[in-house]
Design a protein around this ligand. Structure first.
Ligand SMILES: *[C@@H]1O[C@H](CO)[C@@H](O)[C@H](O)[C@H]1NC(C)=O
Ligand SMILES: *[C@@H]1O[C@H](CO)[C@@H](O)[C@H](O)[C@H]1NC(C)=O
Ligand SMILES: *[C@@H]1O[C@H](CO)[C@@H](O)[C@H](O)[C@H]1NC(C)=O
Ligand SMILES: *[C@@H]1O[C@H](CO)[C@@H](O)[C@H](O)[C@H]1NC(C)=O
Ligand SMILES: *[C@@H]1O[C@H](CO)[C@@H](O)[C@H](O)[C@H]1NC(C)=O
Ligand SMILES: *[C@@H]1O[C@H](CO)[C@@H](O)[C@H](O)[C@H]1NC(C)=O
Ligand SMILES: *[C@@H]1O[C@H](CO)[C@@H](O)[C@H](O)[C@H]1NC(C)=O
Ligand SMILES: *[C@@H]1O[C@H](CO)[C@@H](O)[C@H](O)[C@H]1NC(C)=O
Ligand SMILES: *[C@@H]1O[C@H](CO)[C@@H](O)[C@H](O)[C@H]1NC(C)=O
Ligand SMILES: *[C@@H]1O[C@H](CO)[C@@H](O)[C@H](O)[C@H]1NC(C)=O
Ligand SMILES: *[C@@H]1O[C@H](CO)[C@@H](O)[C@H](O)[C@H]1NC(C)=O
Ligand SMILES: *[C@@H]1O[C@H](CO)[C@@H](O)[C@H](O)[C@H]1NC(C)=O
Length: 691
């Protein structure tokens, strides 16, 4: 908290003053989505990340790209462990199990799992475990959450009577003491005398409490971090992840639904096997739990190894996408809708489908996408779902337009000098279809002579977001807000980074198995501020002094709260920037709340820490309704005059001159929405979309 905004940096050189008025008419409705979330399983952010399973390699899944392995499992006290393909596996999807024999041991034997680089141990938390077992064990099995030394945090005794058929056992662990770090293992032990020959295990699982207490659910602190971004849309399941490394592997959604024992797993595109415990339904519940509109990515026939399907070969995959939509939306009278109902779920409405991911990046990608791949998916989906918004997977304002004049998914990874100059970037876009900024991030510091980032994450790129990069991102995002009538919204990427195993840096939120290490980056704080206050109608700005640069801003109002709002990013200003602003319709002595965030220019958030300072203050308008305040260099701000503080002369104004959000159910034929159709957030219902 700081109320002395002006004096805080009184000795810094003052930059050029900026004075402007915000009109009360001729506005544009903004997208109801604006800020969203992009997810794919990179940096062990699904398994070992937001998907709350704590045991690594729980079901010995494998394939030609990542063969099954007993990695992450260790024998204890002279036992021997190996993989075995039994003639009667636990399921056809999980053919390989862990076989444990006692060797020459006569005392206690067993095996342990190292977790995803350790296990969390939090006092009073109940961890729920289960495993499937078959073979010659008859006696008590002890499951123990333990340090790497001899400190036992929690223990459960499971009385096992195994036989030739598989059976499942459950247990819980409730430590009374928290571990000081994640350097813990999960040990399974039993008396050697209780074992005849060997015993087989599969689908060994351990879950902490999950967000909304969902079974097979998501990690609470990472979900809370996401909720703090106030995301309105959710692009999933990727990213490269939806593409697959090479034939025959692609993200086949049918293998990600139903009981965990029926999910074979998937060779993920970031160097490790995915369990697919985080499957299609889990993605939908995730979207629902955070009130996000799903943007469902479907595979478009291109593999990452530059292999593509011919048009004739594409048909089964188009059918699979249609089946997926029927599975999510169809009622119980449909084939796939009935399967969803049988799993216990009602429909999940889908309004956006993205065909593929970055289809122009592989040499064979762009031409085939333009020629038939996009068109065939687009036409088939539109024929059945005429209101579906179909998003192409690439887009470049400068000319790399997707086919059909479709809008597309614009991705940008850059250095600050690039993004900080992109406030006007989307101004000239005149196509009738919307832009999704599906991925953006500053990934490296500026350096002399550099015109772009280093692409190799191992070559000294910034490990975490840093403050002036986050401010550069804010300028770019305000540029997107300024053009929100042409946008769906924007999502930082990638979202999560496991500190122990990452392929791409930097990322929005860092974490590992130890809860105290979860780190909200400087860019998280930037999005938290900008996304947390939504303008539903952008209004024209008239300068009387100064211009954009070094202070960038958008202004408008919210039909939800009745507030008048301006959002700012101040970049390279060499000193405080004094503002003098007024909103038409806001009277003298009105009061506004200014919140701005700052940090040292080059600073990043350390593990578990935060360098971003939040300052809030109340600003009272002069007699003629002018608000005066200043913002420091490298700051991001939201100024809001709430409806009940607008003072004399407040009037919401006549919205009839406003253009509708271009997107609402109209994309594909490029009409502006009717004047009063302001985006659909109120028509959207059921907790989806804008919030
Ligand atoms: C199990 O079967 C798979 C698929 O045939 C094979 O690749 C793997 O080597 C087998 N594993 C063992 C331990 O026999
Ligand atoms: C068991 O003991 C025998 C004889 O000492 C030895 O040959 C064999 O390798 C041992 N087996 C294991 C699994 O340690
Ligand atoms: C559990 O297993 C680990 C090896 O994975 C070992 O270091 C630790 O001492 C064991 N804990 C107990 C209580 O036996
Ligand atoms: C085996 O575990 C059960 C709890 O599952 C416990 O009641 C019983 O006393 C244990 N038996 C032995 C021999 O430890
Ligand atoms: C174990 O827990 C799962 C999920 O909570 C449940 O479906 C299953 O019936 C339980 N199994 C046993 C043997 O209690
Ligand atoms: C984890 O345990 C290992 C083995 O005891 C030890 O070498 C390492 O320093 C420990 N790490 C932490 C963070 O305590
Ligand atoms: C892609 O992978 C498939 C399957 O491994 C292989 O047959 C094909 O030659 C690869 N294509 C390229 C261009 O590397
Ligand atoms: C997807 O997986 C299912 C289940 O394994 C399989 O039946 C189906 O053929 C696959 N879809 C395609 C298009 O290959
Ligand atoms: C498509 O949208 C229009 C206009 O909102 C609506 O009347 C129509 O019922 C929708 N069609 C489908 C198939 O949902
Ligand atoms: C937009 O078009 C105007 C007029 O052609 C041009 O001066 C300006 O540089 C363009 N802006 C961008 C961001 O391309
Ligand atoms: C409203 O949209 C039109 C058309 O894109 C654009 O020219 C105008 O600048 C926008 N006005 C505001 C306030 O965003
Ligand atoms: C800020 O402006 C100065 C003077 O033009 C320039 O030397 C410096 O590189 C700029 N800093 C950034 C981060 O753009």
């Amino acid at each position: 908290m700081l109320s002395k905004v002006l004096s805080a940096t009184a000795f810094a050189a003052a930059a050029q003053a900026v004075s402007f008025t915000v009109s009360s008419s001729n506005g544009n409705a903004t997208s109801p989505y604006q800020y969203g979330f992009m997810f794919e399983d990179i940096n062990n952010s699904g398994d070992g990340g937001v998907y709350a399973e704590l045991i690594q390699n729980r079901a010995f899944q494998g394939n030609a790209i990542y063969p099954s392995t007993s990695d992450y499992w260790n024998p204890l006290n002279g036992a021997s462990i190996k993989l075995a393909n039994l003639t009667n596996p636990v399921s056809t999807a999980l053919p390989t199990s862990l076989q444990v024999s006692k060797g020459n041991a006569t005392d206690t034997v067993g095996f342990s799992n190292v977790g995803f680089w350790g296990f969390p141990v939090v006092a009073g938390t109940t961890y729920k475990g289960s495993f499937w077992v078959q073979g010659g064990l008859n006696g008590n099995l002890t499951v123990c959450l333990t340090s790497n030394g001899n400190q036992q945090w929690a223990e459960a005794e499971v009385s096992v009577k195994s036989s030739a058929t598989w059976s499942q056992y459950n247990y819980t662990l409730t430590p009374s003491q928290s571990a000081p770090n994640s350097n813990n293992t999960l040990n399974f032990t039993f008396a050697a005398s209780d074992l005849t020959n060997s015993v087989n295990f599969n689908l060994l699982s351990l879950f902490p409490p999950t967000y909304n207490n969902r079974e097979n659910g998501l990690r609470v602190d990472l979900m809370e971090a996401m909720a703090g971004l106030y995301p309105s849309f959710f692009r999933a399941p990727g990213g490269n992840n939806v593409e697959g490394n090479a034939p025959p592997y692609w993200w086949n959604w049918t293998q990600t639904i139903g009981p965990l024992a029926d999910r074979p797993g998937f060779p993920g595109t970031w160097g490790y096997e995915n369990t697919d415990g985080l499957g299609l339904i889990e993605y939908m519940l995730w979207a629902q739990d955070l009130g996000m509109e799903p943007i469902l990515a479907v595979w478009s026939g291109l593999w990452l190894n530059n292999t593509v399907l011919t048009e004739a070969e594409l048909q089964p995959y188009i059918q699979s996408a249609l089946d997926e939509l029927e599975f999510l939306m169809g009622d119980a009278s449909t084939t796939w809708g009935a399967k969803r109902e049988a799993l216990g779920y009602g429909p999940f409405p889908i309004n956006f489908v993205e065909v593929g991911n970055e289809d122009s990046l592989q040499p064979v990608g762009g031409p085939t996408y333009r020629d038939y791949r996009f068109k065939d998916f687009h036409d088939a989906i539109k024929a059945k779902y005429p209101n579906m918004t179909i998003v192409a997977s690439f887009f470049d304002v400068a000319g790399d337009a997707p086919p059909y004049n479709a809008g597309g998914d614009f991705h940008e990874y850059a250095i600050p000098v690039q993004m900080s100059s992109q406030f006007f970037y989307f101004d000239n876009y005149t196509e009738n279809n919307p832009i999704l900024i599906g991925e953006y991030a500053i990934i490296d510091y500026d350096s002399p002579g550099a015109t772009g980032p280093k692409w190799n994450a191992g070559a000294g790129r910034s490990f975490t977001p840093f403050w002036y990069g986050s401010v550069a991102e804010a300028i770019f995002l305000l540029g997107a807000e300024r053009n929100s009538q042409k946008m769906i919204g924007a999502a930082y990427a990638p979202s999560f980074q496991n500190l122990n195993k990452w392929q791409w840096i930097p990322d929005l939120v860092e974490y590992d198995a130890y809860p105290g290490h979860t780190t909200l980056s400087t860019s998280w704080y930037m999005i938290n501020l900008l996304s947390g206050t939504r303008i539903t109608e952008n209004l024209p700005v008239t300068f009387t002094e100064g211009d954009y640069n070094p202070a960038y801003f958008v202004a408008g109002r919210s039909e939800v709260t009745g507030s008048h709002i301006a959002k700012f990013a101040v970049y390279n200003s060499t000193g405080d920037v004094p503002f003098s602003m007024s909103f038409q319709g806001v009277g003298g002595y009105a009061q506004g709340n200014l919140t701005y965030i700052t940090a040292p220019m080059n600073a990043s958030n350390p593990i578990g820490g935060n360098v971003v300072q939040t300052h809030t203050t109340t600003v009272t308008a002069s007699r003629n309704g002018t608000f005066a305040f200043s913002l420091p260099e490298y700051s991001i701000a939201v100024f809001e005059v709430s409806a009940n503080q607008a003072g004399q002369g407040y009037g919401y104004g006549n919205p009839n001159n406003r253009n509708g959000w271009k997107g609402w159910n109209q994309w594909g034929n490029g009409q502006w929405g009717p004047p009063q159709n302001h985006g659909g957030w109120n028509a959207h219902g059921q907790g989806w979309g804008w919030h």
